[in-house]
Ligand binder design. Structure first.
Ligand SMILES: NC(=O)c1ccc[n+]([C@@H]2O[C@H](COP(=O)([O-])OP(=O)(O)OC[C@H]3O[C@@H](n4cnc5c(N)ncnc54)[C@H](OP(=O)(O)O)[C@@H]3O)[C@@H](O)[C@H]2O)c1
Length: 358
């Protein structure tokens, strides 16, 4: 049997970190051997460190729940072969950089996303961007690299736009999000938190920094790569990001102006038939179909999203938009954790492993 790759999860106790842990459970290629978090959690068993806020869809095994959490400032990258980071961005820059000097780091954090030698990878959407990690290693003299995934709100948006862009070209996009509580991390899901109470039976009309990330990251992910340089896509993008009282899975209303004329039946087929590298390579975490399109006007819904799996993007209410020229509008659901955080970065690691980047 081939030996599995030893993995550490940094920020393992938070919302995204728990989802990484869940995604690594019984993984055929990666073996979870260590959990890292802050000094607040260090020394506790994983079960005790997370007991106030639990995000798991599938509870981890007793072995994992009984693992001792380590202080990430005291762990050494050399003891592992791969790291998954789900740290707050403020500290991710330093810690991820320290690990990437030695081993590959797959991150849910935004710390490195805007650097020109770093991809924002979604293997379903921009697999060609993966190669710039080689440039990163060369430029920085690192043995490893940092490979982040996007902001969780961006995932469903770009996954649904990519096939439309390939077929018709895209000029303008506007998106209005209704984002779930777990997207805010621990403060969103901890029952007695002030933040959670402020969203209860309510909608918060603003999420700090989110709209800028949607615009910037969408352009980069949909951009062209030539000789290790990504040129952002020339699309006009607007976004309004709101927080709603939904536990998990982001919902988005999307408005698109295509360059060429489109027709709804053809757009539906284009989205439904879309496959990319993870499907072709049959990666362990890849869904059979990355996008499912519904005719039923009552679909998709955050609450029902998991009937179709955590890694899929669900599209519904597809129709002509009367405001834009060649206008389309539709709604999307995407799991901010399975697809937007842990599951997404594990899929990126599978892709880079399969392509022999490490
Ligand atoms: N939530 C989502 O849906 C989502 C989706 C995509 C990306 N992200 C990104 O993923 C990252 C984590 O988000 P989250 O929602 O999981 O946040 P979270 O629930 O607040 O978790 C933060 C994690 O980082 C650890 N941590 C915090 N301060 C630390 C420090 N000074 N030193 C070491 N560890 C520290 C925490 O450990 P303790 O428990 O010990 O404090 C915890 O494990 C963020 O960069 C976020 O933007 C989140």
């Amino acid at each position: 049997m081939v030996r599995k790759i030893d993995a550490i999860v940094l920020g393992a106790t938070g919302a995204a970190g728990q989802n990484v842990v869940e995604s690594l459970q019984n993984h055929p290629w990666f073996k979870l051997v260590a959990l890292g978090a802050s000094s607040r959690s260090a020394g506790k068993t994983y079960k005790d460190a997370i007991k106030d806020a639990i995000f798991f869809e599938r509870t981890p095994s007793e072995d994992i729940l009984n693992m001792k959490v380590q202080d990430i400032d005291k762990v050494s990258p050399e003891d592992y072969q791969i790291a998954f980071s789900a740290l707050p961005s403020e500290i991710a820059k330093t810690i991820e950089g320290k690990f990437a000097k030695k081993i590959p780091v797959f991150s849910t954090a935004s710390a490195y996303r805007n650097e020109e030698d770093v991809p924002i990878l979604i293997p379903d959407v921009n697999p060609k961007h993966a190669k710039i990690v080689k440039k990163q290693q060369e430029k920085r003299g690192w043995e490893g690299f940092v490979c982040p995934g996007p902001n969780c709100t961006v995932v469903g948006l770009v996954t649904s736009i990519k096939p439309i862009m390939e077929k018709y070209g895209v000029k303008k996009v506007h998106m209005v999000s209704s984002q779930s509580l777990s997207g805010a991390g621990e403060k969103g899901i901890r029952l007695n938190s002030e933040y959670r109470k402020s969203v209860e039976m309510n909608v918060l009309p603003y999420i700090d920094g989110e709209e800028e990330k949607v615009i910037q990251e969408t352009k980069k992910i949909l951009g062209n790569i030539k000789k290790y340089i990504i040129t952002p896509a020339e699309i006009k993008i607007g976004a309004t990001c709101t927080r709603v009282y939904v536990e998990r899975v982001h919902f988005e209303s999307v408005f698109v102006e295509t360059k060429k004329e489109n027709n709804i039946k053809d757009v539906k087929e284009t989205l439904s038939n879309y496959v990319s590298e993870p499907q072709k390579l049959q990666l362990p975490s890849a869904p059979q179909k990355p996008i499912i399109v519904f005719d039923d006007n009552n679909q998709p819904q955050p609450k029902l999203h998991h009937d179709y799996g955590g890694q899929v993007t669900l599209v519904g209410r597809l129709r002509k938009d009367p405001v834009f020229k060649n206008g389309l509008s539709y709604v999307v659901t995407s799991d901010n954790l399975d697809k937007g955080a842990g599951g997404g970065v594990v899929l990126s690691a599978e892709y880079l492993k399969k392509k022999n980047y490490f």
